[in-house]
Ligand binder design. Structure first.
Ligand code: G1P
Length: 952
């Protein structure tokens, strides 16, 4: 069995034979915007955004089949060999006994691959990283003579430069190459396109793409390459990318200096000068000579070094880097920062520690492998912050930006790890809300940058209004900053009105801002935004008096029930929000007695149960409100007393809950088949009574979840949100758990599936039913929902049941032979348990949050720190200890949970809690310890403070 092996407590790992899996890829990226990925063969692409791809865009299917990617060629005593294993001959050997051993070692944002060719007696070690603050990928290539004879090596790294927008892959691919201008530098090439191609109006190109390299000579002197081949066609010739004519001819001629075709000598121009010898102005792109013959062609940075002689045991290292820059200054800075080997190694070290420090939650349990896995789960939200949902090989459907619900949920984890910039970020995000309660769906890179939709299709996802308050609530709990609710910000305004059902082109303005009657930009409080989102959804119901699903909810693939579809699942979530907001306003922490909101919102505050019951009246209320806000608003405000507001919200929330309890619960009615003893056994089990909640209504007005003789349909989503938001009673939770265990749980598939097999293509519900069963949103174990199921169960006190879901996900993720992924959690597990859509999944945020706040039970409550462990007996080490390191209120904490009697959850209570040696007062039999904000604030900011919790 092949297994990923952790090397340290920061998640560094190694994996032998990694190149035997075609779907493995690893992310490397910088804070400045460069996003690369590398496979064990160093395939993969690199880009800043949709319009700036350094390397040709790749999807999972061509990831390792596309040989037009980074290649580190060597002539070893004249024989061609790819130091990254990507040559035709190595490929032929890959699945035979002659294969080269290949090992990947990696940690946050760095990746090393080692391989050895015994016949040639050569070993390579290629360390790749993207400095955290620059748009350049760096490869440190060490070649060693591992044989017993002297060896000559000519090193020819070759990186094809794509240098344009991903759109041009099938839109004027050739024409766009004509726009290129090629400059030859002292160490490689620069591709500086003239225009960025766009038939709606071409623009001057704003970026240059470069590939450079040097060898490390004695005394750390940079040895420049001697030749460069800038034209892809010249390099590949009549060969193939993995058997290029340039390399093969050189090899065949036996003469490394053989002048084959357009390679350009470099050596005598700059000799061995390092960048520090050059004056700044010399480094400007246009001060390098343009190679007219190479301009307007498909480009490659194929740079050839002088032959080097290695005795057995000797090695030689080269630095190769490729990147994107906008300004000469940026290029100059990159060259400077990478000018000497020591600077490169420093940059690698800085990059490593930068990312390690970002991921500042570390857990130690009785299972060290789980602790390593959790380091990667904690890192994943950072990756999604950077890569969005578009820029890794499985994620080929996006053009960048981030989706609304993903943005808010990623904030959950970022909040736990680094709350410093979160307040500003949340405020910026609230500006995406429209005055009808819907929102812009794609968030650009800068704060407050939004777009209606990535494909300019008008869509409304009914769950979108749920997430902002969930995140804001966590923020307020963690920080105590309830005054954030009074912070003001604007609204997003485009032509869409009436919750996506009509347009008003008169509203299109450059700054997308909402105005009031006097022409001023309108701003309202965060609380007002929250009320608007939740109330406008409350009134938008379908024929079962359940909130309409519109174009989909969390499950993007329920996208064909726009007229009559309803989401019971997320109606629960809105109910939860209304009640939690009421709790918050009643907590006594909110500073004011009254809140002010725009006067039109008053319509949505009607509080009358007979109206709640009446679908037609609800529709009228919503329509009346929408017509008032379908242009600029008056700008007048009304004041509402906090007490009446909170009871109003509570009534609405409780009404939804009661409505769902009365109408959507499904008792399992299966009759036992007494003739079949197995079935009888099942049905004895049934005597424990199964039952679950309906999750949806389809476009024909039929419930999706059902139990009729011979058929049971169950969807996980409805259970998650009814449990999480208090709709499901304890008795119902027990039935739901049993039903989910029976109908959805499949250990080999990673745990709880998203749904049972409906067996039909339901065109009245969504594309998910067109997917094969067991894939993605149709019945796969979809990590995000499986984790939220765990979270919901923990929140309701069902730790063991919650852990079962987390554990199944962890076990399959970590079973490399089956899941075929590096450490971390995939979006889902597909055919034969394979993990898909690695790294970029909302599941990671929720996993981290559940592990921290529910499993360890470390959470904020208006700034106080609460410790309420949900750890199970088997999670403690032999000495009955578990530990978590994290920051709370900017204080580094180490929280040790000690369970000397090895008790299980439910058996233990908190016997003792000490903060930096001082006892915290506990109630008798307490299951939680509450540490006051003042106690936390008094702790040291610069050292790790210990909190000890003893269970008994
Ligand atoms: C992805 C999307 C998310 C959507 C989910 C289900 O989930 O990013 O917005 O809700 O599919 O359709 P993720 O992998 O992020 O958990």
């Amino acid at each position: 069995m092949n297994k990923v092996k952790f090397l340290d407590k920061n998640g560094a790992f190694e994996l032998e034979d990694a190149d035997l899996c075609n779907n493995l890829y690893f992310p490397l990226a910088s804070e400045r915007g460069l996003k690369s990925c590398v496979t064990p063969l160093l395939s993969g692409d690199s880009k800043i955004d949709q319009n700036h791809f350094l390397l040709e865009p790749m999807s999972i299917e061509n990831l390792n089949n596309n040989r037009l990617t980074r290649n580190f060629w060597c002539l070893v005593n004249g024989a061609p060999w790819s130091a990254n294993g990507s040559s035709a001959s190595q490929n032929v050997d890959r699945l035979t006994d002659d294969r080269e051993p290949c090992k990947v070692t990696a940690g946050f944002m760095w990746h090393k691959v080692e391989r050895e060719n015994k016949k040639l007696g050569i070993k390579s070690e290629i360390t790749s990283f993207v400095p955290y603050d620059q748009n350049v990928e760096v490869h440190i290539v060490k070649l060693s003579n591992a044989g017993d004879k002297d060896m000559d090596i000519t090193f020819i790294p070759a990186i094809p430069v794509y240098g344009r927008s991903a759109d041009n892959l099938r839109d004027h691919r050739h024409v766009t190459s004509l726009l290129g201008r090629t400059y030859i530098t002292d160490k490689g090439i620069i591709d500086a396109p003239t225009l960025s191609f766009d038939e709606r109006g071409h623009n001057l190109a704003d970026s240059r793409y470069f590939v450079e390299g040097y060898g490390i000579g004695s005394k750390e002197i940079a040895e420049n390459p001697v030749k460069v081949v800038p034209v892809l066609d010249d390099f590949i010739g009549d060969g193939t990318p993995d058997w290029p004519e340039y390399v093969i001819r050189k090899s065949a001629s036996g003469d490394d200096d053989h002048q084959y075709i357009n390679d350009i000598p470099l050596g005598d121009r700059d000799g061995n000068k390092t960048i520090s010898d050059k004056k700044d102005e010399e480094v400007a792109v246009h001060n390098f000579p343009e190679c007219k013959d190479a301009s307007g062609q498909e480009i490659i940075g194929a740079i050839s070094f002088e032959k080097t002689h290695l005795k057995p045991g000797e090695d030689k290292t080269y630095i190769v880097y490729a990147g994107i820059c906008k300004e000469d200054d940026e290029f100059r800075k990159i060259k400077e920062d990478l000018a000497t080997p020591s600077k490169v190694y420093e940059s690698l070290e800085r990059t490593r520690s930068y990312w390690i420090s970002k991921v500042n939650i570390k857990i130690t349990t009785g299972d060290a492998y789980f602790d390593g896995f959790m380091r990667w789960v904690a890192f994943q939200p950072e990756l999604r912050r950077i890569f969005g949902c578009s820029f890794l090989p499985h994620h080929d459907y996006g053009k960048g930006g981030r989706g609304w619900r993903d943005l808010w949920q990623d904030c959950l984890a970022l909040l736990l790890m680094d709350p410093s910039g979160v307040r500003q970020m949340l405020l910026g995000n609230y500006q995406g809300v429209r005055i009808d309660g819907t929102n812009a769906t794609i968030i650009g890179d800068g704060p407050g940058e939004f777009k209606a939709d990535r494909n300019s299709i008008t869509r409304v996802w009914m769950d979108h209004g749920v997430w902002p308050f969930i995140t804001t609530r966590l923020y307020i709990d963690q920080t105590g900053d309830i005054e954030f609710l009074n912070e003001k910000c604007g609204y997003f305004c485009d032509k869409q009105i009436f919750r996506g059902r009509k347009v008003n082109p008169g509203l299109i303005r450059d700054d997308n801002s909402l105005r009031q009657a006097n022409g001023d930009k309108y701003t309202g409080s965060v609380l007002e935004h929250i009320l608007l989102q939740n109330l406008s959804s409350f009134w938008e119901v379908g024929e079962h008096n359940i909130i309409k699903i519109r174009d989909a909810d969390w499950n993007d693939a329920l996208d064909m029930a726009g007229d009559r579809g309803e989401s019971v699942a997320f109606a629960n979530a809105y109910a939860g929000n209304l009640i939690h907001l009421a709790d918050m306003l009643e907590s006594g922490k909110f500073p004011d007695d009254k809140v002010y909101v725009f006067e039109e919102l008053g319509d949505l505050l009607i509080d009358d149960e007979t109206i709640y019951e009446d679908i037609k009246s609800k529709e009228n209320i919503l329509e009346g409100f929408l017509s008032k806000v379908s242009g600029d608003i008056t700008g007048n405000t009304i004041g509402i007393d906090i007490k009446s507001l909170s009871s109003n919200l509570r009534h609405k929330g409780m009404w939804i809950i009661n409505h769902i309890r009365h109408n959507e619960w499904i008792e399992d009615h299966t009759e036992p088949n007494t003739a079949n003893p197995d079935d009888k056994k099942q049905c004895d089990h049934n005597e424990e009574k199964l039952g679950w909640y309906n999750s949806y209504y389809d476009n024909s007005g039929r419930a999706l979840d059902l139990s009729v003789p011979g058929h049971k349909n169950m969807m996980l989503t409805g259970q998650v949100f009814s449990i999480m938001n208090g709709t499901a009673t304890d008795d119902q939770i027990e039935k739901i758990c049993k039903s989910a265990d029976k109908l959805l749980f499949d250990k080999d598939a990673g745990g709880y599936r998203l749904n049972t097999d409906f067996g039909i293509v339901k065109t009245d519900m969504g594309r998910m039913f067109g997917f094969a069963f067991g894939e993605k949103e149709n019945g796969a174990v979809f990590s995000h929902m499986a984790v939220m199921y765990a979270s919901a169960l923990y929140q309701r006190g069902y730790a063991r049941q919650g852990y079962k879901s987390l554990k199944a996900l962890y076990e399959l993720s970590s079973d490399y032979d089956t899941s075929k992924i590096y450490p971390g959690i995939p979006e889902y597990f597909g055919r034969h348990g394979k993990g898909l859509y690695g790294y970029l999944t909302g599941a990671a945020s929720w996993y981290l949050m559940t592990a921290t706040m529910n499993m360890f039970g470390i959470k904020g409550e208006y700034g106080n720190l609460v410790i309420e462990p949900g750890l199970l007996q088997e999670q403690f080490d032999q000495n009955g200890r578990c530990q978590i390191e994290l920051e709370y209120a900017f204080r580094p904490l180490r929280i040790e949970i000690i369970n000397p009697a090895h008790l299980d959850h439910g058996q233990y209570h908190i016997k003792e809690c000490k903060v930096a040696g001082k006892n915290v007062k506990l109630e008798n039999g307490a299951v939680k310890a509450v540490i006051g904000k003042n106690v936390i604030d008094a702790l040291d900011l610069n050292v790790r403070n210990t909190i000890e919790v003893v269970l008994g």
